[in-house]
Design a protein around this ligand. Structure first.
Ligand code: F6R
Length: 601
């Protein structure tokens, strides 16, 4: 996810402070970085790759100025190149901009600006901003008014920071993307002010912060800071003090990245849906992918992504499209794709060797390929014919959490956008409700208490049917990865065909039962089978069925469409695994023997 740092009021070390701030934002994941300083002119240096690459590019140059902004970019529009790295400049080179988020109307703005003679140097949505500021300046606006005019034109999510040559001020605005000010004016000496997407970027310099709200505009100069509303009226802001240890701030106060990422799921889903669904019209816009009209689909994926693929295949079959999911490492033995079938690789990292190899095999077999991935510019995105980004933001914890939720959301978009599935309006509205429903679970979950009750168990089993079967598999994978305890997921109906022999009073069974239809009734039958063997049962349920009568504990999820229910049930299971692992003192973010990106077959 992109990161922003800015500072004013430092005597001679503005650049050092910016580079330090960028290094503190590295944990968010990024693929390029850059800085802009404004003095008599605006000086910019930016580089794809790591902060070390940026430092290398800075070394031979003397770049200085009283106000500076910096950025770590995680690609969403255009690959990670020097040109696409932030800051972006206008045609005159006098206005520099960094931006987090997605500008939904950037294409129409860009067309408009090109038509009146602006030249663009990058593929990014961000670059429209400096050109809009340039136009407003040319029309006679002062610097602040010009930035405000530009911001007014943007739809979408943004945290934006702007510097203009000859002006030692940073102008900033936010909508749906975090921005926080750092205030260092209490000690003797010259005051300094900071701006960042995340407190860690300036936490080494001050612990006094002002959080901007959506729609607010900030100006920072050596003379002070000011926050105003969209109409320019001053807003009275509290200055808070953060008491986090600077070393821990990357986790924003969470004990582990995984817990932070579990809590980021509402935001990740919003990002995935943004600009792609129209609830009023009941339509989904996934660009050219909407024209794919596959007659059959094969999914290839590994691990958690394979569970998402199983779910995706189920969605497509429900929409009348023959679809199957294959473990990528077994794809060579699968039946060849038929006709103009599409082969879809689901991969968070975009670098998983097994998945890349299966997709290469699919291409040899003459299939068209689509990458469903989190990583712009990844090998899978470069090699496939088409790509659909899940936009979850970087995931630091080795065990996948928010990216699974975003994969499920993206696969819903794919199904809605390419098929004539019934009940589109209901599905879209359930997708729209996902962020608030996930938040309700995060706020009220009893998963910690359940984890404490069953932490000493011998093994854990997970059962589910239909769309909840992949969730059962994912629940078990998460449990084994981060707790190192034995865990298995089963299709609920399969228990009695063998695994039931493993069930004892020391093996809790997590049953995912949502809705009150035939699937739920049958799974309740399976719950009774394990209950009769004295196994403790925990139901993850929306309360529509009477499963609660037969179980030892209930983890509730809000009632919703069955396709969204899978995402919700998974959140409860993620939390259970997390808290069991935490009780056991495991290395949650970096489980033994595992890597985030598996680049060998
Ligand atoms: C599980 C996990 C792995 C990955 C798998 C595929 O928590 O993270 O099972 O899902 O290695 O990785 P990607 O999605 O990057 O292809």
């Amino acid at each position: 996810m992109c990161g922003i740092i800015g500072c004013v009021g430092r005597e001679d070390d503005t650049l050092d402070v910016l580079v330090h701030g960028l290094s503190k934002l590295e944990y968010r994941g990024y693929d390029s970085a850059g800085v802009a300083l404004s003095g008599d002119r605006v000086d910019v240096c930016k580089k794809s790759g790591k902060i070390e690459d940026l430092k290398g590019a800075l070394e031979p140059r003397s770049i200085g100025g009283a106000a500076g902004i910096g950025h770590t970019r995680w690609s969403t529009h255009g690959p990670p190149t020097d040109a696409n790295a932030h800051p972006h400049l206008d045609c005159t080179g006098d206005v520099a901009v960094v931006h987090n988020g997605i500008i939904e109307n950037y294409q129409s703005l860009r067309d408009e600006l090109v038509a009146v003679g602006h030249t663009f140097k990058s593929d990014t949505d961000t670059e429209v901003v400096p050109h809009l500021v340039e136009d407003a300046l040319a029309d006679g606006a002062d610097n602040e008014a010009a930035v405000r005019e530009a911001i007014d034109r943007l739809d979408g999510s943004y945290a934006v920071a702007v510097v203009v040559s000859g002006d030692d001020t940073i102008y900033a605005a936010r909508n749906d993307s975090p921005l926080v000010l750092g205030i260092d004016d209490e000690d003797e000496g010259r005051p300094a002010y900071y701006l960042a997407s995340d407190v860690p970027a300036f936490r080494d310099f001050t612990d006094r912060v002002v959080y901007l709200a959506d729609g607010e505009f900030a100006t920072l100069s050596a003379d002070g800071w000011r926050v105003s509303d969209v109409d320019g009226n001053a807003v009275d802001k509290d200055v808070d003090t953060v008491d986090w240890d600077p070393e821990e701030t990357g986790k924003s106060g969470y004990d582990h990245f995984m817990l932070k990422e579990i809590h980021e799921q509402p935001r990740a889903i919003r990002q995935c849906l943004r600009g792609r669904v129209d609830e009023m019209a009941a339509t989904v816009d996934i660009g050219d992918l909407g024209d794919l009209s596959p007659t059959g689909v094969q999914f290839v994926a590994c691990g958690t992504s394979y569970h998402a693929a199983l779910y995706g295949a189920n969605l497509l079959r429900n929409a009348g499209i023959p679809a199957q999911a294959f473990l990528a490492s077994e794809y060579a033995t699968s039946p060849p794709p038929i006709g103009d079938a599409l082969v879809v690789g689901v991969t968070q990292s975009g670098e998983t060797a097994d998945t890349l190899s299966a997709l290469r095999e699919a291409r040899k077999r003459g299939a068209r390929t689509l990458a469903v991935t989190n990583t712009v510019g990844s090998t899978v995105a470069r090699e496939c014919d088409h790509e659909l980004y899940i936009r979850a933001g970087p995931e630091i914890g080795v065990a996948a959490s928010k990216t699974f939720a975003s994969q499920l959301a993206a696969l819903n978009l794919f199904t809605l956008g390419t098929t004539r599935v019934d009940g589109k309006r209901d599905i879209i509205s359930a997708l729209r409700d996902l962020p608030s429903n996930i938040q309700a679970i995060l706020d009220e979950s009893q998963a910690k208490a359940v984890a404490e009750t069953y932490v000493d168990s011998d093994a854990y089993f997970f059962i589910g049917r239909g769309l909840q079967y992949p969730v059962a598999l994912e629940g078990a994978l998460k449990m084994k990865e981060i707790t190192y305890k034995h865990a298995e997921g089963f299709a609920a109906g399969e228990l009695k065909h063998g695994p039931l022999a493993l069930v004892t009073e020391d093996t809790p069974v997590f049953a995912v039962v949502t809705g009150d239809g035939e699937m739920a009734r049958k799974t309740i039958g399976n719950v009774k089978e394990v209950e009769a063997r004295n196994a403790p049962v925990v139901a993850v349920t929306d309360g529509q069925s009477d499963v609660g009568r037969y179980v030892d504990a209930v983890l509730e999820v809000p009632e919703t469409h069955p396709q969204a229910a899978a995402v919700l049930a998974n959140v409860q299971l993620q939390l259970v695994s997390y808290y069991v692992a935490d009780e056991l003192g495991r290395s949650i973010d970096k489980p033994r023997n595992l890597a985030k990106s598996v680049t060998v077959e």
